[in-house]
Design a protein around this ligand. Structure first.
Ligand SMILES: Nc1ncnc2c1ncn2[C@@H]1O[C@H](COP(=O)(O)OP(=O)(O)OP(=O)(O)O)[C@@H](O)[C@H]1O
Length: 242
């Protein structure tokens, strides 16, 4: 569905183990995201979605395995160096400055952006989230949970990532906001051909946005399906049932 894949990054994860201290949470995970492709990793609470994304982004201990982005081996690389390659990361716990206003957060996110293009991109991103435009002068920490999630996504998008990694953006959002997020991600992929890796519990959002959906169970990918395949929603719901 991507408009262009020329400026996007692919992702290759091979035999990745990751965890905390002596506990291994992710076991031998292998998958690819092609340039301009969107992959959703779905799984119930505690299955290791966040740990998987953190390990890719250099935030969690990585015991073994390899991660490549756009031809570069990022295994063990510091998070800020991975971001510099053009990887955007919207973490589940968010990464915004709670004491700064929405406008100041937006400004901080584009500090290193190309000068002439900054204002245009800010307008594009604010058009995705009209509610943020109304809250520009409000301190980010006083936004509602849903608004903070939108701001976290807006900040990641502002940097024009060539690969966007999003951790459970739908968590705690009301259905209408989940729909907005789906619209935004689809529009952004149409506009920029951005590659996408999203961890989700929401099957409907995953199927709406992603080309393929992988199921993560107890730190292992147990199946991967094409979003356009027949009966895929029922199959995924069954796989995710307790
Ligand atoms: N900092 C940590 N130290 C030790 N164990 C952790 C840490 N963070 C997560 N875990 C454990 O790792 C396992 C996987 O957690 P993770 O947060 O990756 O799952 P998840 O699929 O993202 O869950 P959720 O949907 O609830 O966010 C859980 O058993 C959790 O208790």
């Amino acid at each position: 569905m991507s408009a262009t894949t020329a400026d996007t990054l692919d992702l290759h994860v091979r035999d990745l183990d990751a965890g905390y201290g002596a506990a291994t949470v992710i076991h031998g995970v292998t998958f690819d995201v092609a340039p301009g492709e969107a992959l959703a990793v779905v799984g119930r609470n505690g299955m290791g979605k966040t740990t998987l994304l953190k390990a890719i982004m250099g935030h969690a201990g990585r015991a073994a395995g390899a991660v490549r982005v756009g031809g570069a081996d990022i295994t063990g690389r510091a998070p800020h160096r991975i971001v510099r390659l053009g990887v955007g990361y919207a973490a589940q716990e968010g990464n915004l400055f709670a004491d700064l206003t929405v406008a100041e957060n937006l400004q901080a996110a584009t500090m290193h952006a190309r000068r002439g293009h900054k204002a245009e991109r800010r307008e594009e991103v604010l058009a995705y989230f009209p509610v943020l435009e109304k809250r520009l002068w409000q301190t980010a920490g006083t936004l509602s949970g849903g608004e903070q999630k939108m701001l976290v996504l807006a900040l990641a998008l502002l940097r024009e990532p060539r690969l966007l990694i999003i951790d459970e953006i739908s968590d705690g959002l009301q259905p209408s906001v989940v729909d907005t997020v789906g619209d935004v991600l689809r529009a952004e992929r149409e506009r920029r051909g951005t590659s996408l890796l999203m961890a989700e519990q929401n099957v409907d959002l995953s199927l709406r946005v992603a080309d393929r959906v992988a199921v993560l169970k107890l730190g292992r990918i147990v199946s991967t399906v094409d979003s356009a395949a027949g009966g895929v929603r029922d199959r995924l719901m069954k796989e995710l049932a307790p």
